[in-house]
Design a binder for this molecule. Structure first.
Ligand SMILES: [Mg+2]
Length: 427
């Protein structure tokens, strides 16, 4: 697993049969046939409008088509490919999934099998249960059902059996099918915070706020650092920490050393670790002289102290920290994704690389530190990050998650109106 992991919820597709849905099927003796040449290709007149509607609704558009004439030797594969290329020029199609086999070939892709749907789902990270199939023959509808998708049958009145059981909807044209799908697809859902795998830790140094957050089921741990403690006006480190640990016993709490040489760091860390079972001692990845703290980390973890290696920004640092922690007590590595983003770099590939490095070490968890916006919680979750630390200003925004945008827009307009009135502006 690496950079290619999809971000956000899995997507939905519309699987479109080709002949009789996108282009006219050539009907002989009441039965539909594909065009035999590019010259015979004629689009269904409403196909473009239908596909644009589906595209706008956010669907991945995949053609899923049986072309058994290739196996039967009556059409060359190049002709099928050329027809597909012509369709791709005129319609917003994302990809073609074609079965070139016939019934006797024992393939797993020929409809009514669902192999083409599974192939599309693999390739595009699709949720088939949120996807749709449009087809003009029973095989299309049966394939959709076998793949778990909802189905729409475009009834062209061929002289052949209709889908049995019937499709979820039966319509008279490709555009009607698209309209039915748009009307029956749920609005894209924002996953509820409580359903995310990533654990949210609160980052702060305000004891009253921390105690209040401990009652919030969304918060599963706490971190702090000397900068936050200084901002909170804390002068007596030990008193603050012990006070906090008396109040928070059920969740991990990270407390950072502040010494700059390795021996003193080790002494502080050992002392801090005695203050509670739930303490993770935060050790910066280097000291201020850029010297590695790996020997300190190694000594602590080997003796059973839980360590949180902090201020990490590069995969090389993750690798070094991981080596020092391997085989020791449970531990975390805090990669400062937000600070990485501040430099103009996308933190997601770096976080994904960090997860790959940690994969063989289930006792070491990755922390997405210094998030910049609530969206980062979903970023962190989507790649499988174990923990994200969230400061009070971002926690205050969590009630906005999933908020209706029209509603939010109106509130924003009202805010402008209110503030203009307050300022007493006149022109
Ligand atoms: Mg067809």
């Amino acid at each position: 697993m690496g950079i290619g992991r999809a971000i956000g919820p899995r997507r939905a597709a519309v699987f479109l049969d080709r002949d009789g849905v996108l282009n006219r099927a050539l009907v002989r003796d009441g039965r539909p046939h594909p065009p035999q040449t590019v010259a015979e290709l004629e689009l269904e007149p409403d196909a473009l409008e239908a596909l644009e509607l589906l595209k706008q609704a956010g669907f991945v558009l995949l053609v899923a088509s049986n072309q058994p004439d290739v196996a039967r030797g009556t059409v060359r594969r190049e002709v099928v490919d050329a027809i597909d290329a012509k369709l791709a020029e005129q319609l917003p199609i994302d990809d073609f999934l074609i079965c070139f086999h016939d019934d006797g070939d024992g393939c797993d892709c020929r409809k009514p099998g669902a192999g083409l749907l599974f192939r599309g789902a693999d390739r595009y990270g699709l949720d088939l249960k949120a996807s749709f199939v449009i087809g003009d023959r029973w095989r299309d509808i049966a394939a959709g059902r076998a793949g778990g998708a909802a189905t729409v049958f475009v009834d062209r009145g061929y002289d052949e059996p209709n889908p049995d059981p019937p499709a979820d909807a039966t319509v008279g044209s490709t555009l009607q099918a698209a309209r039915w799908i748009v009307a029956h697809s749920p609005a894209p859902k924002i996953p509820a915070l409580a359903n995310l795998r990533v654990k949210i830790f609160a980052d702060g140094a305000d004891k009253a706020a921390i105690v209040a957050l401990a009652a919030n089921p969304l918060i599963r741990g706490f971190t702090t650092n000397p900068t936050l403690m200084n901002e909170a006006g804390i002068k007596d480190y030990e008193r603050f920490a012990r006070d906090l640990l008396a109040a928070i016993t059920a969740y991990p709490v990270s407390l950072e050393v502040f010494a700059d040489d390795n021996d003193e760091m080790l002494r502080q860390a050992r002392k801090i670790a005695t203050w509670g079972e739930n303490v993770y001692v935060k050790i910066p990845v280097t000291n201020t002289k850029r010297e590695t703290t790996a020997p300190v980390i190694r000594a602590l973890t080997a003796a059973g102290t839980k360590v949180n290696v902090t201020a990490v920004m590069t995969p090389d640092q993750v690798r070094g920290a991981c080596q020092a922690l391997a085989g020791g007590a449970p531990a975390c590595i805090s990669v400062f994704a937000g600070r990485i983003a501040d430099t103009g770099r996308d933190p997601i590939p770096i976080m994904a690389a960090a997860l790959d490095i940690l994969a063989p070490h289930p006792g070491i968890e990755l922390i997405w530190a210094s998030p910049r916006e609530p969206l980062n919680i979903f970023h962190a979750d989507s790649i499988g990050t174990h923990i994200i630390t969230v400061t009070a200003d971002l926690l205050a925004k969590l009630p906005l998650i999933g908020k209706d945008l029209d509603e939010y827009s109106l509130e924003t307009v009202k805010m402008f109106a209110r503030d203009a009135a307050k300022a007493g502006f006149a022109l």
